[in-house]
Each structure stands twice: as C-alpha cells, then as structure tokens.
Design a protein around this ligand. Structure first.
Ligand code: IMP
Length: 181
C-alpha cells in the first residue's frame, strides 16, 4: 500500500470502478468520432492520468495536446484563470475533445472553451471524469461524464491537494486534518 493512502479518509470511487467507466467512455467516444480524427486536449495537470487511460480504450486515430491553466491555490478557488501553457497544435477545422479531471464551478472550462472557439475548430466537446454539478456557477456543456460526485474535495487518479496524491489509483476524500493543514 502506498504510504500516502493513510491520509485518505475514504475511497469514493475504486480503481476498478474507474477503469470500467473509462473503458465505456473510450468506446462511446470512439463510436461518436469515427472518421473525425479528434484531437484530445488534456487540461494539465489533473487530467493526465485520465487521458492516458481513456486514449488506450479508444479504437480510432487520435492526436493529443496539452493546455495548462491556473486557477487554484491549495483547495481554495482564487477565481483567476490564466493560460500557463498553450496548445502546440493548430485546432482550426479540428474536432476538439477537452479532457478534464473535474468540473466544479465551471469557470475554468468556460474560459478555455471561449478561448479555443476563437481559433475556429470544427467542434468542441468536453469529457470530464468527475462532475460536481451542485457547485456550478456558470453553465458549461459537459458531453461525457464519468461520475457525478457530491460537493467534496477529492484527490487521486491525477487530482491533487497541494501537488500531492496524484498517483493514487483510486479517487478518495482526504482526512479533515490534512485539508485544514
Ligand atoms: P472549476 O473552474 O471550479 O470548474 O475548477 C476546475 C478545476 O479545479 C479542476 O480541473 C481541478 O483542477 C480543480 N478542482 C476542483 N475541485 C477539485 C477537487 O475536488 N479536487 C482536486 N481538484 C479540484
């Protein structure tokens, strides 16, 4: 067992549940995007683990690119969204699938979609592993959702708390004293 597991109060979504759902999403997206050669744009850094699994469950040709935005410090939302690393690829006339770890208020995604739309892609869709729908501040379309979760701060499977816990293979809730620091 990884020692950081001790900081986890409970497992919200197990490794097996994640893999089963990501496999389903991979199949579904492959069917929907046949012949379209989509570009998977992962939002760094939280979405990398999801991207790596999802793309291996896809049976159609895809390309990948990365975008990095900053909006959080610790687990408190600052509300400030900045592009830290832009795409390398030109997305004009391309089918873009934004890959997100979690949609919370929706502010990050709404900013990203607005920015990418100015580059004239053929279409933009969103695939998020987790959706905290009850926390939404702006309405953003999420086309593919892995799991809807309650309003709790989660870590693992790419998601962090102060850059830790990304390597947990499951999604868990941290013990209260860790979050209170
Ligand atoms: P939004 O702009 O509020 O939708 O925030 C989206 C981003 O906040 C996600 O891509 C995550 O990086 C981060 N985030 C939101 N909730 C959590 C959480 O429970 N755990 C880890 N990161 C989170």
């Amino acid at each position: 067992m990884i020692s950081i597991c001790r900081d986890v109060e409970r497992v919200l979504i197990s490794e097996e549940e994640i893999q089963n759902r990501v496999r389903e999403l991979g199949r579904q997206i492959s069917g929907d995007y046949r012949g379209k050669r989509p570009i998977l744009v992962a939002v760094l850094r939280g979405a990398i683990v999801f991207l790596c699994d999802l793309m291996r469950y896809m049976s159609i040709p895809v390309t990948v690119d990365f975008l990095s935005v900053s909006s959080y410090s610790g687990h408190i939302q600052t509300g400030v969204v900045r592009i830290l690393k832009d795409l390398d690829e030109n997305i004009e006339k391309r089918y873009v699938i934004l890959i997100e770890d979690i949609v919370d208020t929706g502010l990050t995604l709404s900013y990203i979609i607005k920015t990418l739309k100015t580059r004239n892609p053929a279409h933009i869709s969103v695939c998020a592993l987790l959706d905290k729908r009850s926390r939404r501040v702006v309405d953003v379309p999420v086309d593919y959702v892995g799991f809807e979760i309650p309003d709790e701060f989660v870590v693992g499977y790419g998601m962090d708390y102060n850059q830790k816990y990304r390597n947990l293979p499951f999604i868990g809730v941290l013990r209260r004293e860790i979050l209170q620091g």
